[in-house]
Design a protein around this ligand. Structure first.
Ligand code: GCU
Length: 755
């Protein structure tokens, strides 16, 4: 980091330092409005523990020869002061019970420790270690890189905030994925596509002159969980951000983020050479177009020497791309790769593609139902190019084959591209998960996908191991065959749920999804429960009852939403455009595969999308072992049943019930869980601060109503096909189907800007 920093202008470093020093402290506000996220650092309220911690950190030795180390030291000293009510300064000589932080180049003790005891510590990983040296007890925070030290500082502070012992430490942790990136779907006019937390935090109009404190708070929060990149613009891109005026603004953000180890990326609109470059074409094989992108990259890197690269959505949902010019995804991605390679930048080329031509206009026809299965499209478009992308290209794949539904099987691409680095794309913003008002902890969803076995290289080739490169033993392949394989790119992206709401995410529990994303991108072996535990302790309280109750709520929440929205493998049955609320009856979109009826296919016989060989045969895109798991409707995991099978209304379920009854019961159980979540939350009145307690209570009230709405509307609609009675138990629909169909939400959030 320091070497890279030395290439920056003195002015830029100075500006960054000034900004950092003057604004760093203001995140600590007394009111509990959620703005402080998990970085609260309130005084340790357990007297014995406080005494123990105070004793353990009697002095600090923390040399700061770089902006990142300075940020790390300030973070440590400021937060220790709040946690321990004790002012510490950094001194030069070691003392007993001294905290020593740094890298091999700042401390011979650290140099020796890393080479002798922790030779495996990699890249930006960190070490927390205690030892006796010359009769003194030392607590060491060490790393090979400056940013690793900052990560170590945050990890150490996490131990204190979560009340862990720190007497005998031997913790080493290295990131399992290299690029851990937030994707902001933020437009230049500050609307946020699928944003439910206010306006974009990027105030483009006031940049570069005005540096909002939020930018620093944002960088700090991300660094605390290991996020090291941010794509600041929407995938539905605007070429304007590549003009000199905007690049100055991007540069200002990059300067703020740099000490926190966060690189800035931009979305590249494929047609930019035409839109802003005066060219007649954006054909990736045209030499003038290639030169235009090379010049553009030179310009960007002259302003932002550590610019990360481009994220590209091409030939998808109306976006231009190489196919517009009769070229391929490789032609397009490799053109960007060539322009970025001399500067060390990467291309994240998205696999979220489906036929650009309208599939049909009137969806209820047999023709529409026979339209190509959208599930299969990404695989069909990308697998022919496996191994043909340049070394600095990652293919960014959404977790499932369709689009961030409450539950999807893993995308078949994860098991089918052994010679191409694949990057995971999760969605933190809850477009299909209750948007800004439902409490849904997404880590169980992320883990379900990461832990799924693709069998791509034998048993145990989980999605996580495909993402981190270990499933294919990349480093063992012959580098002469393909240099990329000797040093694979790895990455995970999360579509951000951040806006300018005071508490960042609108729902206080939205913060947990941001947090969980960062933690899993760093270490996908962590469990959803562990992450919830540490987030709750830092965000709300270490009180045992509070921790266990909130944890139970969080762990139940994802299955609850699956049940009250899309149980048993239903998918994509929400309202048009804004995607708010149920709309299983919708059937007149301009494309068949935008219609809910296309996905659930309910008829007098039954319901579900047949993706077996008798149907679209999307199952063939999986490895045989996976295919086998889902092939037979009698043995298929019921959570994926309607993803792969059209079953009859009286299909026998594993618990002996007929399908229709099971479906109704699942909807009911989703509603019941939300009511249970409310009761659990109410039991915390005295344990949670007033403001957040009442916010969450109100949101749970909305969630309960909306869960009932989903249940009522879906059951009434599907009943028109099943013609079976709703089984007893639980509340029934209180309105007619016509009523639910008549509801309109023209101003639902998340659809501004380019939609
Ligand atoms: C979904 C979402 C769009 C978004 C798209 C994408 O379809 O509704 O708003 O642009 O995903 O990921 O590109």
């Amino acid at each position: 980091m320091w070497n890279r920093m030395q290439t920056f202008s003195v002015g830029s470093v100075f500006r960054t330092l000034m900004v950092t020093c003057t604004l760093l402290v203001s995140l600590r506000l007394p009111a509990e409005d959620g703005h402080r996220l998990w970085l609260r650092y309130d005084r340790i309220d357990d007297a014995a523990l406080l005494a123990q911690y105070r004793n353990a950190v009697a002095a600090v030795v923390f040399p700061t020869p770089s902006p990142t180390l300075l940020v790390a030291r300030n973070e440590l000293l400021d937060d220790l002061e709040s946690l321990l009510s004790k002012k510490l300064t950094s001194q030069t000589s070691l003392a007993d019970n001294c905290l020593l932080a740094g890298t091999p180049s700042t401390s011979p003790i650290i140099a020796k420790l890393l080479s002798s005891q922790y030779p495996g510590l990699a890249g930006d990983g960190y070490l927390l270690h205690t030892q006796q040296t010359e009769g003194k007890h030392l607590l060491i925070i060490a790393a090979h890189s400056d940013i690793g030290v900052l990560y170590g500082v945050f990890a150490f502070l996490r131990l204190l905030q979560t009340h862990q012992p720190i007497q005998n430490l031997s913790v080493s942790s290295s990131p399992l994925t290299q690029h851990r990136i937030l994707d902001h779907w933020d437009n230049l006019n500050r609307t946020v596509e699928r944003g439910y937390a206010g306006a974009s935090i990027w105030n483009w109009h006031l940049l570069p002159g005005y540096i909002d404190q939020r930018y620093i708070d944002y960088a700090r929060a991300n660094a605390s969980i290991g996020v090291n990149g941010t794509v600041v613009t929407n995938v539905n891109a605007n070429s304007l951000v590549l003009t000199p005026l905007y690049l100055q603004k991007v540069r200002a953000l990059a300067d703020v983020f740099r000490p926190y180890g966060i690189r800035v990326y931009l979305t590249a609109k494929f047609s930019a050479p035409v839109d802003i470059g005066g060219l007649k074409t954006a054909d990736p094989l045209d030499p003038a177009v290639q030169q235009w992108w090379k010049d553009k990259c030179n310009e960007i890197y002259s302003l932002i020497p550590d610019f990360g690269g481009f994220l590209v959505k091409a030939n998808s949902e109306g976006q231009p791309g190489p196919q517009t010019y009769g070229r391929t995804h490789t032609d397009g991605a490799n053109m960007f790769a060539d322009a970025l390679a001399p500067h060390g930048g990467i291309v994240m080329w998205r696999a979220f593609v489906y036929d650009a031509r309208p599939a049909a206009t009137s969806s209820t026809s047999a023709h529409d139902m026979a339209a190509p299965d959208r599930f299969k499209q990404a695989y069909a478009e990308f697998t022919p190019f496996d191994g043909k992308f340049k070394p600095n290209v990652l293919i960014q794949v959404k977790n499932g084959p369709i689009d961030f539904q409450p539950r999807e099987p893993f995308s078949p691409l994860f098991g089918a591209m052994s010679r191409t680095p694949l990057m995971m794309e999760f969605q933190l913003t809850q477009e299909y998960l209750g948007q800004g008002t439902h409490l849904v902890y997404e880590a169980p969803l992320f883990k379900e996908v990461l832990d799924a076995d693709t069998y791509a290289n034998g048993k145990g080739s989980t999605v996580a191991r495909v993402i981190d490169g270990s499933a294919y033993h990349f480093p063992m392949r012959d580098p002469a065959q393909d240099v990329r394989l000797s040093s694979p790119l790895t990455g995970m992206a999360g579509v951000s749920n951040i806006g300018n709401e005071r508490n960042w995410t609108n729902h206080p529990f939205g913060q947990a999804n941001w947090y969980a994303f960062g933690r899993l991108a760093w270490d996908h072996t962590l469990s959803a429960r562990e992450i919830a535990d540490e987030w709750i302790r830092q965000t709300f309280s270490n009180d045992a009852a509070a921790v266990s109750t909130i944890e139970k709520i969080m762990m139940a929440s994802r299955e609850a939403i699956v049940n009250y929205m899309t149980p048993l493998g239903l998918h994509h049955i929400m309202g048009y455009n804004h995607h708010f609320g149920p709309g299983p009856w919708l059937d007149n979109a301009s494309r068949a595969d935008w219609n809910p009826v296309y996905y659930h296919r309910a008829d007098a016989y039954g319901i579900g999308f047949d993706r077996t060989p008798a149907g679209s045969n999307a199952l063939a895109q999986y490895q045989p072992q996976v295919r086998q798991q889902w092939l037979d409707s009698n043995t298929c995991d019921e959570k994926f049943l309607l993803w792969f099978h059209h079953v009859s209304w009286s299909h026998k379920m594993k618990d002996g019930q007929i399908f229709w009854n099971e479906l109704c019961n699942r909807y009911q159980s989703g509603v019941d869980t939300v009511k249970w979540m409310q009761r659990q939350w109410q039991s915390l009145t005295s344990l949670i601060d007033k403001e957040r307690f009442s916010q969450v209570s109100m949101f749970l009230g909305i969630q309960e109503k909306e869960a009932e709405w989903w249940r009522n509307a879906c059951i009434l609609y599907f009943q028109t096909f099943s013609r079976m009675p709703i089984p007893a138990g639980g509340g029934g629909p209180d309105q007619t189907l016509e009523y639910y169909k008549s509801l309109r939400f023209p101003y639902a959030p998340g659809t501004g800007g380019s939609l």
